[in-house]
Design a protein around this ligand. Structure first.
Ligand code: ACO
Length: 325
């Protein structure tokens, strides 16, 4: 069996930081409300860079640490729900910018679960592929999907991009077990970018709709389904929960993470958080967190730690991976 491991990580965060206080001049909200309900203190917003620009910069950061030539990459997947447009894909733009002349490239949309979905998909393709490496990114400019007059959603999201290079290895396989799901019955709980049919036969509104979210519905759904999903992944691999070094959860709300930690009866220190700095960056949230921890040598430090990656979001979609990295 082919073994697969993570070779390097990287990220790019747009430089313009917007604090909760800054938001109060744009809408009726307060630092107190945002911190208490979500844990978010600031987020970074693009001043014009689109998703591909962020992803290209993140890709360069990933490759800088890898000692691998872009020609050795056979697959590029970008997880995003805020692509520059429908075509070309963000992944194709990355392929061109990094001159990965041998790579196939496509975008994947599973909203905030996108990175977990894309990493799982890339790992499977790679096992059967003639090439050695795959680049998996999550990148979002959520600020262009948001109705900036809707304080219920506008305060939550941020922009950014990050990712990993995975590849074949003679060392131990790092991908241990997984659990991925979707429940389209609850799709209306998060909608974004809807566009109606408009052609010579029917005339309709040409505009593209902003993001809407039923926060309560997602909150309740996630605090039930994510602990179940983590337990499934542990049971399948006969791993004790006490042996997990870190639980890396999608950074949507600090309260969600605290509730999940409590339900799993594990200390909050094993649930690293950066939502206070970045807000919810959707598909970019997990790879940003992973890269920060890697740069602090807390993960990917040769210690063979057991790490849970778990994400949830629009679709609804959710998924958990157990890695030994
Ligand atoms: N500032 C001040 N007041 C606000 C704000 C704000 N920014 N937003 C809402 N309020 C008010 C509301 O108007 C409401 O007032 P009312 O009671 O007078 O009507 C009150 O605060 C409570 O609002 P709720 O929406 O009920 O607040 P809740 O406690 O549910 O928190 C939140 C909302 C933070 C969105 C929470 O539900 C949540 O985090 N849900 C999960 C979201 C999530 O995980 N999404 C992940 C997927 S994202 C993706 O896939 C892209």
């Amino acid at each position: 069996k082919t073994h697969v491991k993570i070779y390097s990580t990287g990220k790019y965060i747009p430089p313009h930081r917007v604090s909760n206080h800054d938001l109060t001049s744009w809408m009726d909200t307060s630092d107190e409300w945002i911190v208490k309900r979500t844990g978010i203190q600031s987020r970074y917003l693009s001043r014009g860079d689109n998703t591909s620009n962020l992803c290209i910069k993140a890709a360069h950061d990933v490759l800088e640490d890898s000692h691998i030539d872009a020609d050795e990459i056979g697959l590029i997947i970008v997880a995003t729900m805020s692509p520059d447009g429908q075509s070309p894909s963000v992944a194709s733009k990355v392929q061109s910018a990094i001159q990965a002349g041998q790579a196939m490239a496509f975008d994947m949309n599973a909203a905030c679960s996108g990175f977990v979905y894309a990493l799982s998909t890339a790992e499977k393709i790679l096992r059967h592929a003639p090439y050695g490496y795959a680049l998996v990114l999550g990148g979002e400019v959520m600020s262009k999907e948001i109705d900036w007059t809707d304080r219920k959603t506008a305060v939550l999201f941020g922009d950014g991009a990050a990712g990993v290079l995975i590849g074949k290895t003679d060392e131990a396989d790092q991908f241990i077990s997984e659990d991925l799901h979707a429940n389209g019955d609850k799709g209306k709980a998060l909608t974004s970018g809807n566009r109606q049919v408009d052609n010579p036969l029917v005339q309709s509104d040409k505009s593209i709709s902003y993001l809407t979210m039923d926060g309560r519905e997602i909150f309740n759904f996630v605090t039930r389904s994510i602990p179940d999903s983590i337990h499934k992944v542990l049971n399948e691999s006969r791993t004790d929960i006490e042996d997990i070094d870190y639980f890396l959860l999608h950074q949507a709300n600090a309260r969600i993470i605290e509730i999940i930690a409590k339900k799993l009866k594990r200390p909050l220190e094993t649930f690293p958080m950066n939502i206070q700095n970045y807000g919810n960056t959707s598909a970019a949230s997990l790879p940003i967190l992973l890269d920060e921890l890697a740069k602090e040598k807390k993960v990917l430090n040769g210690k063979k730690q057991k790490i849970i990656l778990s994400a949830f979001g629009g679709g609804l979609t959710w998924g958990t991976l157990l890695l030994e990295i």
